[in-house]
Design a binder for this molecule. Structure first.
Ligand code: TYC
Length: 109
């Protein structure tokens, strides 16, 4: 190497070094929204929650509700942080308004 490390080009004129020319894009982290089983929330209320806040049709909502009833926990959907947070709040507020103990949580995927 005859030009050294300072970016000189052997002509006595300095040259700049481009360190990054491509913009870095980052994919957002995703979060699962889960509902938990309990002994008191009516099955029909859980189906309604899944239809209203998670855009499930009656068949999908019923399948998820029964999965939670039988296994203790189930996935309602996968969203970016702020959307997941909003869904959890909406479900918890709606359950509380109707005096049901239904619990909804989010977890990082
Ligand atoms: N286990 C409840 C019952 O027997 C039904 C239920 C299902 C409750 C899912 C909560 O997330 C839940 N009435």
């Amino acid at each position: 190497m005859q030009n050294g490390d300072e970016g000189g080009n052997g002509t006595g004129r300095s040259t700049a070094v481009i360190t990054r020319s491509k913009t870095k894009t980052k994919r957002p982290s995703l979060y699962r929204v889960l509902i938990l089983n309990d002994d008191y929330t009516p099955m029909e209320f859980v189906v309604h929650v899944l239809e209203r806040f998670f855009q499930k049709d009656r068949e999908a909502a019923t399948r998820i509700m029964l999965h939670v009833h039988n296994h203790g926990v189930g996935e309602c959907g996968i969203y970016t942080y702020e959307v997941a947070e909003t869904k959890v709040s909406q479900v918890m507020d709606f359950a509380r308004q109707n005096q049901h103990p239904l619990q909804c949580v989010m977890e990082k995927k």
